[in-house]
Write a protein that binds this ligand. Structure first.
Ligand SMILES: [Fe+2]
Length: 157
């Protein structure tokens, strides 16, 4: 179990690093009429991910597991794709954050469930916090979606 737990936490740590780099890429390369809002929102997200990177690595040390530290190891261990350095509009930014966030949420749930089987309250507690955080992040990012062609569905007559 300990070995598998090290691997699943290191995959998660690698994914946090890749998602953080992806979000920072979009923070710098956001374009369009919503630039200011996107620039601000992406900064909030990558700062949260940076906080989680430190917490997960320290949680591993507390549990006598060795966290990965090298960028090259993160790229080997990640299950996410690195984004190219290009411009991103609001639709691409929302889609990319939701896609990476969903993958992390799926993994956080697995880590939480496995830790719960071992009655490891520290990991359960932390990962339940992350699950709440991703749910909130997804709501906020999706709420930024602007429908450029609103329909008149709401009108009865
Ligand atoms: Fe910045």
């Amino acid at each position: 179990m300990a070995h598998e737990q090290t691997d699943e936490l290191n995959t998660y740590l690698a994914n946090l690093n890749v998602m953080s780099a992806n979000v920072r890429n979009m923070h710098w390369n956001a374009v369009g009429p919503y630039f200011a809002a996107l620039h601000c929102a992406t900064e909030k997200v990558y700062k949260e991910l940076q906080k989680q990177i430190d917490e997960v690595a320290e949680l591993m040390k507390i549990h006598k597991m060795q966290p990965l530290t090298k960028m090259s190891d993160y790229l080997n261990a990640t299950t996410l794709e690195e984004l190219k350095d290009k411009e991103f509009n609001e639709h691409e930014i929302i889609d990319n954050i939701v896609a990476d966030g969903s993958e992390l949420m799926k993994q956080a749930r697995e880590i939480r469930d496995n830790a719960d089987d071992e009655d490891d309250f520290m990991i359960v507690n932390k990962f339940e916090e992350y699950l709440c955080c991703y749910a909130k992040m997804e709501w906020m990012v999706r709420a930024m979606h602007v429908d450029e062609n609103p329909t008149d569905d709401d009108e009865d007559d």
